[in-house]
Ligand binder design. Sequence first.
Ligand SMILES: Cc1cc2nc3c(=O)[nH]c(=O)nc-3n(C[C@H](O)[C@H](O)[C@H](O)COP(=O)(O)OP(=O)(O)OC[C@H]3O[C@@H](n4cnc5c(N)ncnc54)[C@H](O)[C@@H]3O)c2cc1C
Length: 247
Amino acid sequence: MPMTDDWYALWRELPDQHRNPIRTYTVRDVRAELREIDVDVVVHPVDGPASIWAETAAIGDELIVLGPNALHEGVHGGVDFLPPPHAERILLAGDETALPAIAAILERLPATASGHAIVEVPHADDAVCVPSHPGFTVEVLARHGLPQGELLVPSVQAAAPGLLRSGRAGSTGQTELGDVDVDVDMLWEVPSDDHGGPAQQAAPLYAWLAGEAGVIKTLRRHLVSELGIDRKSVAFMGYWRLGRAEG
Ligand SMILES: Cc1cc2nc3c(=O)[nH]c(=O)nc-3n(C[C@H](O)[C@H](O)[C@H](O)COP(=O)(O)OP(=O)(O)OC[C@H]3O[C@@H](n4cnc5c(N)ncnc54)[C@H](O)[C@@H]3O)c2cc1C
């Protein structure tokens, strides 16, 4: 692994047989003093280097962790939850790959925050990973073999209008969205200001959605094009794509 500032360009130039796989994960927790991080890895039914690693790794195995450094002066990136300081409500929605992020967000939000968190997971037992929050309705939907998004999409569609509080949506009217081909391009829109902070100071609703790109695309269309929620108040992230390996 090239360990210089231009590591990414050098890594891309490596011959296929030497280019080690890179996958993207959420840091669920950090214990800097112990030099420890927690990462929750979904072991999914289709083989991929990260899920195979999670199943076979033994203590002492090495891996390289690349991540943002909070000590870096300037925008260090890495945090894509940027609600306006005065968001009346927050909608968090995602699948099992977004669960570590949603759980960390719920744990860090002040008790005065309010909203709705909806997480679709493979099994009912996975609910144990989702914390509660005094101001949030937390819904955990167990898929039990149903297709990805089958439960998440209707639940978000049912919850969003109520969160917009009788039409005070910060609604910009229906917005036409350019189509994103999730098999080719990344579905990633995180509104921010020039310094990596929230794009707005206040909003009636801030929505944060992450998970399988096709599912998130459907939700994005619903919230922005159909409900007319201001694009500056919604963050959408395709974390992975069904049938396609990362990278
Ligand atoms: C910012 C960000 C944060 C993320 N955080 C987490 C996290 O904390 N925990 C986590 O588990 N994942 C997380 N992901 C998703 C993770 O990066 C992908 O699931 C990744 O593709 C897994 O790599 P892999 O090597 O196992 O599979 P890949 O080699 O990428 O893919 C191989 C095959 O597996 C399929 N596949 C990939 N992921 C899944 C899945 N979850 N379920 C079913 N099939 C799948 C692909 O469609 C492909 O067909 C995050 C992604 C991003 C962009």
